[in-house]
Unconditional design. Structure first.
Lengths: 158, 352
């Protein structure tokens, strides 16, 4: 008698599926996940885990947290990160320390894998929320992440 | 009280000679059906897109006009202005002829439905038989399109369509025959008259009628080549199936015919199972302008159900489709037919 049993079970599972879709159809318009994009550009907030581009946050005194250790440069599979660094003498301790001159980030080569952010020991680079990355010239995709004249934060130890 | 159709009839026959008046009447009816056909096709496409969007928690068309209500009109205008491409190796005559078969078959079929007591263009005494016969002409268009395109995807799609229609026509016919056992007539106006006095047929026939309705909905969805049964144009396997080589308005004919076929399947279901233009419990049967409203409302419910099928159920493989028809639907249908005959013979139908 598995013939009729199969029919009953089949109808049951089809009705189960229809219960789910009809619940979405009739009762879920408030949970709509797509958005009116160009209109809500001003209020649009991306979710926390969104991977837009790599950015280096600076605080009010124009200080970043990058020590120039080059972990991100080494770990990047595409060679999107290029760090131009230098050594200077720390006036307090008299030791030579590494500082960054330019932290160069090629957005055109980046696949948003996030390995650099995982590798960074001082949390100097994080994910930005910007997603409108289209530009008219390729050179604009090569960005210098540290702002001009910025210094490393004194709390950051190498 | 004079109905508007009677008023037009009397006006035409009073103001011109009889032959001319008859011809004008025919033209008026044809134009009316064509306009209804175009509007229904376009807005069913829009409804399908809205329902798909709502089920998938999207917003759906919302750019052209408020809530996107002009979206499909804009799409149709785009298709009209597009170039009609063809292939060199195609059989030109059949290739150009094919798109007209589904659309003409669909147009002939929608003309026989009783939209209300008076809004009934062609009350033929073999109504149900005529509908099932004519609506299967559409598949000739699909077969011709597949054959004449000279394209392997189109050919395989068309042949699958032939297999499916041959199989599922049987189930549609038998499930309608089950209901005809109760009405004793194939004429659509007679079928509705039976339901006016005795309640809707799905209530009158209780268990076998509900089984027949389920079989009819499955087979009807298969007839329209819609998604649980969309082997004809299986996108992942066959490109676009039988209309791979068509573009512009010729493609739009196939596309619109699919949606009109859905309307036809729903209309047959409403006429045969749910009382056509009759209102529930006869509350507004005498108000003539509410009759088409009831008819279209019921059709809309059935169409939404079919769209829900499309966006819920997984697709069937070709062997699963044939198993479903020949090993499940057909035997059940035959048993159901005998069951209905016994119930009608013993007078166990529910009559109000």
């Amino acid at each position: 008698m598995s013939y009729f049993g199969d029919i009953v079970r089949g109808i049951g599972s089809l009705l189960n599926g229809m219960k789910v879709t009809s619940k979405y159809l009739f009762f879920a318009p408030k949970e709509i996940i797509t958005q009116y994009y160009p209109e809500n550009r001003d209020t649009l907030k991306m979710f926390d885990r969104f991977r837009g581009e790599v950015i280096m946050p600076h605080d009010a005194e124009n200080m970043h947290r990058c020590t120039g250790c080059q972990s991100c440069e080494i770990v990047c599979p595409n060679g999107s990160i290029e760090i131009i660094w230098d050594r200077v003498v720390n006036e307090e301790t008299g030791k030579k320390v590494k500082i960054i001159d330019k932290h160069i980030y090629h957005l055109s080569m980046c696949t948003m894998c996030g390995l650099c952010i995982q590798a960074c020991p001082t949390e100097a680079i994080i994910w930005g929320q910007n997603f409108e990355n289209a530009v008219t010239d390729r050179t604009q995709l090569t960005k210098v992440l540290n702002k001009p004249g910025s210094k490393v934060h004194p709390d950051v130890k190498e | 009280m004079m109905l508007p159709t009677e008023w037009i009839h009397n006006f035409l026959y009073a103001s011109m000679p009889e032959g001319l008046a008859h011809a004008v009447e025919l033209v008026l009816i044809a134009v009316g059906f064509l306009m209804f056909f175009a509007a229904a096709g376009l807005y069913l496409v829009l409804l399908e897109r809205w329902i798909a969007a709502w089920i998938q928690l999207r917003r759906g068309p919302n750019r052209v006009g408020p809530w996107g209500i002009f979206q499909t009109i804009a799409d149709a205008l785009k298709l009209v202005t597009k170039e009609l491409t063809g292939t060199d190796k195609a059989d030109k005559f059949l290739y150009n002829l094919a798109p007209y078969f589904p659309i003409v078959a669909a147009l002939i079929t929608i003309s026989v439905f009783a939209y209300s007591q008076s809004l009934h263009a062609f009350d033929i005494n073999i109504g149900i038989f005529f509908i099932t016969a004519v609506s299967s002409i559409g598949v000739i268009g699909i077969l011709l399109a597949g054959w004449s395109s000279n394209n392997k995807y189109a050919l395989i799609g068309a042949m699958r369509s032939g297999v499916m229609v041959v199989s599922y026509e049987l189930s549609v016919g038998l499930s309608l025959l089950t209901m005809v056992l109760m009405t004793g007539s194939l004429q659509l106006s007679e079928i509705i008259e039976v339901q006016r006095t005795g309640g809707w047929l799905i209530v009158q026939g209780h268990i076998p009628a509900i089984i027949a309705f389920m079989i009819y909905m499955i087979a009807g969805t298969a007839e329209t080549n819609r998604t649980p049964f969309d082997l004809v144009e299986a996108e992942s396997e066959l490109g676009a199936g039988y209309h791979t080589e068509y573009s512009g308005m010729k493609f739009a004919y196939f596309f619109l015919a699919e949606f009109i076929n859905m309307f036809i399947i729903a209309s047959i279901a409403v006429t045969v199972f749910f009382g056509g233009w009759l209102s529930p419990f006869g509350i507004t049967d005498e108000i003539f302008w509410l009759q088409p409203v009831w008819f279209l409302a019921k059709v809309l419910v059935i169409i939404v159900l079919m769209m829900l099928f499309r966006w819920t159920f997984p697709r069937l493989r070709i062997d699963q489709i044939l198993t479903l028809e020949w090993k499940y639907l057909l035997p059940l249908n035959l048993i159901n037919l005998v069951l209905m005959a016994i119930i009608v013979l013993l007078g166990w139908t529910i009559n109000f």
